[in-house]
Structure formats: C-alpha cells, structure tokens
Design a protein around this ligand. Sequence first.
Ligand code: NAG
Ligand code: NAG
Ligand code: NAG
Ligand code: NAG
Length: 440
Amino acid sequence: MVRSLLPLGAALLGASAVLAQDPPTCSLDKKCPKEAPCCSQYGQCGVGAFCLGGCDPRMSYSIDSCLPAPVCKDKVYKMDSLDRYKDISQYMGDPDTADWVGQGEPLLYNGNVLLTMPPKSVGTVLASTRYMWYGNVKARVKSSRGAGVVTAFILYSDVKDEIDYEWVGADLNTVQTNYYFQGITDYGNSGNISVPDTYNEFHEYEIQWTPDEIRWLVDGKLGRVKKKSETWNATANQWNFPQTPSRVQLSIWPGGLETNLEGTINWAGGKVDWNHEEIRNYGYYFATFAEVSVECWKTDTPPGTNKGRTYWYTDALATNNTVVDGDKPSVIKSFLATGLDPNKGASKNVTLDPAQTSAVHAIPGGSVLAPGNIPGIDSPSSSSSTRSGPAPPCATSGFSQACGEAEDATNTNNGARSVDRTMGASAFAVVVGFAALLLL
Ligand SMILES: *[C@@H]1O[C@H](CO)[C@@H](O)[C@H](O)[C@H]1NC(C)=O
Ligand SMILES: *[C@@H]1O[C@H](CO)[C@@H](O)[C@H](O)[C@H]1NC(C)=O
Ligand SMILES: *[C@@H]1O[C@H](CO)[C@@H](O)[C@H](O)[C@H]1NC(C)=O
Ligand SMILES: *[C@@H]1O[C@H](CO)[C@@H](O)[C@H](O)[C@H]1NC(C)=O
C-alpha cells in the first residue's frame, strides 16, 4: 500500500547498527506487546513518539495505547518560517509547541519551505500536529522534478484512511489523486488532473472532504469528485471511504529507488538519478510549499466535530462512529510514556536499566541527537549520528521499509544484518529516546 509513506519510517538510517534485538512489528493480525504497546505508522512497536501521530490503535496492544490526537483548528500556515516545526525527536504531543513535526531536511528558501531530498536520502516529510475530521485543506505547491522523485500532499489518518495529491517527477503536467480506506490497497482508485508546469509554477491544490464526498480542486477548478455512495463494500458491509481524523502530510520521497519494488519504480517514472541537474545545481531534489490552509468541518453533531481537545477511538472497527471528540490530554511526559501511562519517565528518577533499554523503541524513524554512549547499547561510530549523513537505500513494501547496506556501514554484526535492514530506524530511535530522556 500507500507509497507516500516511505520517508518518515525509513529516514536517516545512519545508525542502523546499534541494536541486535528484533523490534516487534505489528499488523492487524499481530498487535504490539505490552512493554512496547504502540504500533507506529510503519508497523513497528514502541513507546514515546510511537504513541503519537500515526500510532494505529487497531494494531497496538490496546485501543488506548496511542495518545489521543489534537482536534482540528482553522488555520493558515504561512510556511515562511520553520519556527513552528519540530523534528520528531523533539515533539511530545502538545500542538501548542509546534504546527508541524517531521523528519529529514526541511529548509527555508525565499520565504517558502523546501522539502529536500539530498543524494541517497529518503527525503523529507512533515505532518501537521493537529488532525482534520473532514473539512477543506489547500496548499500552494511547486512539485519536485526528475524520474523517480515524488512529491506528496495528503491527508492521512492513524487507521490509514488517506486522501492524496501526488506528483511524479517524470510528468510535470499532471497531478495524481487517490484515496484509501484503512490502508486497503486498491490502485484502481487513482485519477489524474492536468496541471501546467507543476515544477515551475505554484498552483493551489485543494481537498474538500465531507462525510459524503471528496472533491479535488486545482486553482479553484474542480478536477475530480469521489462520492461515498460509490464506495460500498458489500463483503465488509461498510463504506470504503476515508472517514477518520487525519493529519496533513507533506513530503518528497524517492519512489524510484533501485531497491524499491518494480511496480513502484515504474509508477514513479523510473529510477532516481542521483547525478541529476537538481543535485548538481542545488545538492538535493526539492519541492516547495508556500502556504497551507485548513478549514475544519463545521457541525454540531458527530461525525466531524471539533469541540473538545482530542480525538480517540473506542473500537478497532475504526469507522467514523467509533471516534470520540473529547478532552483527554495528548501529551507524553517523556519518551518512555505511552497512552497507557502518559506520565511515565516524568520524574528524573528513571533508572536506565540496560535490559529495559533494548526493548524500548521510542521514536519511529528518529533522528539526530548525538547520543554518546548509551548504557546497554553498543554505540554507533560517532560519525553515524550526524544529521545529514546519507541514509542507505530503502524500499517500501506495505508499511515496512527494507533498507540496503549503508555505504559506510559500521555494522560488524552480520548475524543481525537482516534485522537491521528493517529496524535501523527503530534502533536509532532507542538512542535518540534515551538521549532525550537523559536531557529531561
Ligand atoms: C496518470 O498519468 C500517468 C502519467 O503521468 C499515467 O502513467 C497513469 O496511467 C495515469 N493514471 C490514470 C488513472 O489515468
Ligand atoms: C472489501 O472488504 C473486504 C473485507 O474487508 C476486503 O478484503 C476487500 O479488499 C474490500 N474490497 C475492496 C474493493 O476494497
Ligand atoms: C459516518 O457516520 C455516519 C453516522 O454514524 C454514517 O451514517 C456514515 O455512513 C458514516 N460515513 C462513512 C463514510 O462511513
Ligand atoms: C527514586 O527511586 C528510588 C529507587 O526506586 C526510590 O527509593 C526513591 O524513593 C525515588 N526517589 C524519588 C524522589 O522518587
């Protein structure tokens, strides 16, 4: 499924040699264990940031393992500064502290935010800290270009409902639209809209999402409509229509990585050329976001309200009548906390028990605090925890990313290689989680 998910989970795998332990993975059939109860967007279990945005309650230890999600607020995000952006390793669930949380290399350029993808990296992703439960969202975007390079502007819920705009860098006169219900793959749902010169010109791309239909508009002109009434699934006895609170996600990612599935590479217009003009001129591929605005759905009765502080789910069915709009807090007190124990690690008195350390995966994807020596974990070579170090090539299949060997792999534990491939991000996360904990 969902190709647009690549960057976050696979980001910055420079420290992939840290841990020998298998990270628990999760799916609908395999929920997370109690000690690492939260199933991240990428299908790995952990605590801390794993329990924030993207945490899937259906695959987690229990329906309340994930933290509740901040409700929608009308807002225009100017995208003319990175003051309201936090790396995922710095964000603890309070939307007053950040509008966007992400991973990779966002930059400010000419009063706009560039999402960049340096050579051999997996790009950059930003996710809004607040969720939309229906409503309108629009963004002024200049897409990236180049075969295999994909720009995305999507709505994405914690149970994997999804509404997309995607630009494939090999065709700069088209934007692709798509939607998914609970992550069920159905590539027949995509549709194209013609747009002139998506790379050189800003256009305004809008998603209008109501309980009854999705409308995609480009520069104010309707390009596509999908009605809920067209999405009945008689087998499942439900509407295969996006219906749950969703974050806005902006990203650039390498659909055309050599290690990706052939279908994904072809869809992305071929393999990424790491010696492309963009790389030679600027040092990275990039997409430009000028402004994003969110207008929440207005209603007094569910579905689609925004009355309380947070949304959460009461049932793993995860249809819109299982969503509550209420007042539970959304914040964790440390990167050891979970929805089951949001205050865990709040006092400075936490013991860093090495045995426990290796079981804790705190940040999905994680980046970039120089950790030094963490008790109980072989420390990576110091050079492997730099911010911009090239990440190894990664592929996505389903939610899990499989990554090839880093060019400068420091891993000597060949026995753990296959594990490292899918878990590098989590291993790094442990390091970051504990570094963060030590700083509390
Ligand atoms: C959309 O356009 C791409 C080329 O950019 C093409 O490969 C694809 O088949 C089109 N999809 C649909 C549904 O027409
Ligand atoms: C309909 O629901 C069934 C059961 O959940 C699922 O396996 C199937 O993929 C769905 N069909 C479509 C077209 O999404
Ligand atoms: C959302 O909930 C309403 C009321 O419970 C229901 O009638 C509607 O079919 C649901 N929408 C979708 C897309 O399932
Ligand atoms: C810190 O932990 C120790 C051992 O668990 C305990 O005896 C002590 O009371 C704790 N101190 C505080 C301030 O919580």
